[in-house]
Design a protein around this ligand. Structure first.
Ligand SMILES: O=C(O)CCC(=O)C(=O)O
Length: 255
């Protein structure tokens, strides 16, 4: 049984992103929020500071699945992996890395316009991210914005998106905000252009992101040698990623 309708897959191919509602149950979202809070308290204790102080400074974490059981289980959610495989039209997907991003109430920075693949040491444009909302993410809380269709445009050099702004000119008006409820997901193509503003609400805006690669994707250090995951690669350029650090998570369900 396919997870997505033909219309959903077509929408993803046209726009470069797709909202899939209610991928994760309320119970699981509550569990992940509690796991995040406990994990943040532990990270704060490890550097002998309070969790409040810690969370006012640190807002992003990678490879959380290696440290935390609840996120390790979420990473292996077979439904999310099946959706990723359907969108990529491949048999199996592997994790490139996971990523927790937390924007505190009335805080958090703008994440400027960028596309992901030019910043990854991955050769093929055959990857999707699953952005799972752990809190409701309305526009005022710093929802993601996308430029629909821009994922089909050629790969250009990676812009240093923290210092260099993408200028859209008259196209700016075509950008769309994509607010979602807790437990819902936004799958976005590795070449989609996206951004998020600060959180102007009085609630947290936390998201757990899994980056899925088509399992046949290969290592290309020339693209982004500096990326933190490059140090975890033990294969030669041009080879598929090593299973220990980049495990296969699942794939299409039998029809
Ligand atoms: O969560 C955010 O605000 C940004 C997420 C993002 O850039 C991504 O998922 O690639």
């Amino acid at each position: 049984m396919a997870e997505l309708s033909t219309k959903q897959v077509e929408r993803f191919r046209r726009d470069g992103h797709l909202v899939v509602d209610d991928v994760v149950s309320d119970v699981q979202v509550t569990r992940l929020r509690a796991a995040f809070e406990a994990q943040a308290a532990q990270w704060a204790a490890e550097i002998a500071t309070t969790v409040e102080e810690y969370l006012s400074i640190v807002s992003q974490w990678m490879n959380v699945w290696e440290r935390n059981t609840a996120f390790a289980e979420q990473l292996r959610d077979p439904r999310a992996a099946a959706i990723a495989a359907e969108l990529l039209d491949c048999d199996r997907v592997r994790v490139f890395h996971d990523h927790l991003i937390a924007k505190p109430p009335h805080g958090g920075a703008t994440i400027p316009w960028h596309r992901d693949l030019p910043n990854w040491p991955v050769a093929e444009a055959r990857a999707v991210s699953c952005w799972l909302a752990l809190d409701d993410a309305p526009i005022e809380a710093g929802a993601l914005w996308f430029m629909p269709g821009a994922h089909t445009e050629p790969i250009t050099r990676s812009i240093d998106f923290l210092s260099e702004q993408k200028a859209w000119g008259s196209r700016e008006a075509d950008a769309v905000a994509v607010p979602v409820r807790a437990g819902s997901t936004i799958f976005h193509h590795c070449l989609s252009w996206h951004t998020s503003p600060p959180n102007r609400s009085s609630r947290w805006r936390r998201a757990y992101i899994t980056v899925y690669l088509d399992a046949t994707c290969t290592f290309d250090p020339s693209r982004a040698r500096w990326h933190p995951m490059t140090g975890r690669v033990t294969v030669a350029p041009g080879a598929v990623f090593n299973e220990d650090a980049f495990p296969v998570l699942g794939g299409r369900r039998p029809r």
